[in-house]
Design a protein around this ligand. Sequence first.
Ligand code: ADP
Ligand code: MG
Length: 309
Amino acid sequence: MKKKVVLLKGGMGAERDVSLVTAEGFEKALKELGYPYQVIDCKEDLLEKITAAKNVFKAEVALLALHGKFAEDGIVQSICEYIKLPYSGSGVMASALCMDKIFTKQVLINHDVPTPDYQILEKKDLSTFKLELGLPVVVKPSREGSSVGISIVKEQKDLLPALELAAQFDNYILVEKYIAGMELTVPILDGKILTPIEIVPKVDFYDYKNKYTSGRTDYYLPARLDEKALEKAKSYALKAFQVCRLRCYGRIDFRVDTNGNPFIMEINTLPGCTPTSLLPKSAIDCGISFNQLIEILVEKSSLDYLGVK
Ligand SMILES: Nc1ncnc2c1ncn2[C@@H]1O[C@H](COP(=O)(O)OP(=O)(O)O)[C@@H](O)[C@H]1O
Ligand SMILES: [Mg+2]
């Protein structure tokens, strides 16, 4: 008998629309694979709805088609943990950690994994912030995704508006050294590295539009990097996956400077999984179909505290 699955979709964050597209693909795969399933839109009354899915529908696994705030950040994972319903992807701590780009950088630095130099500030300190890094810099809300609230600042006059924009999305703001060079992402599935992807937006940087409008960005699998740089990126990706305690899958975003040095920008614990997203593309390149990918996510679902008294 196939496990009964509750598919969690939507969420309340800025990435809700992306999550709904991920969920469409997941639902189609569940249907084709023959899993009995129920779908929940994670807006209001989530605790009651998931509890009912477990107690009435007898769901054995929660498959998370969610991204961003209230979803990728450990909140939904905590609910699953609390009612002892195994769920796909990373646990509570890894999810919360990786949602926060500032804390992620601090853990990476602790483990000698390169990440761009940075400064941090709180929303209340916008007007007194002194930039110590040289321009250009990248300004980001510490906890967002899909490039929401991110600006590349090339001139001093554009700094304050960029800080104000980021502050609309979080109280904590990250100002990061801009790394000129290649954009690279390294997907990991079942603890193993999949084909690294080079990302080349046709105009500007990899912002929301370039991420989700087809034809605006070119992708190269594998990335056109020399072997040495590629091996470095893969080993940093694996180390990041391990030290941040990710489970089953994830996607590590890099910039590689013009000397071939990779720097981790961020770690995605519930990476985009629409049929055209990066991780599924890379899985297909490794001979893993979209349906096989979903099967792995379902079958590897677990609880953090399983077996711990
Ligand atoms: N330090 C950086 N140097 C150059 N480009 C960057 C840097 N940080 C972010 N970017 C650009 O912004 C995009 C989004 O940044 P990222 O940190 O991955 O956040 P998100 O969670 O929104 O994907 C990246 O894909 C890249 O194009
Ligand atoms: Mg990213």
